[in-house]
Design a protein. Structure first.
Length: 119
């Protein structure tokens, strides 16, 4: 008998916790949908929105009256922190990709100019 190599937990990108779990009380689906509808070209607005939501979750966490509420707001704060980090990393990847494409384009132009004897 062989055991399945399946990893525990949901697949990457699964948003069921936002609809049914602890997150559902503290993270509005409209916020998540708003992030999805934003252009990939301008991540700054996505980062700004997620930072505002992170800040609000942190305020609620500090003001929570019970340990259960603190835990719930802690989950929400972690979600928004992960969203901010993910958006920043995507922004960096886009910038690096653009730089590599630009460098490759310039190198191709230089190479073509050298072959044709153009200065």
């Amino acid at each position: 008998m062989t055991k399945s190599k399946k990893k525990p937990g949901a697949k990457k990108g699964n948003k069921n916790a936002l609809k049914h779990g602890l997150y559902s009380q503290f993270i509005l689906e409209t916020d998540v949908a708003g992030l999805k509808d934003m252009s990939d070209k301008n991540i700054a607005s996505e980062i700004a929105m997620a930072r505002v939501n992170l800040s609000n979750a942190m305020k609620e966490l500090r003001a929570a009256p019970s340990a259960a509420k603190k835990l719930e707001w802690n989950f929400a704060a972690h979600y928004w922190l992960e969203t901010v980090i993910d958006a920043i990393l995507r922004s960096r990847e886009q910038q690096q990709t653009a730089a590599v494409v630009w460098d490759n384009l310039l190198e191709a132009v230089r190479s073509a100019n050298d072959r044709q004897g153009v200065r």
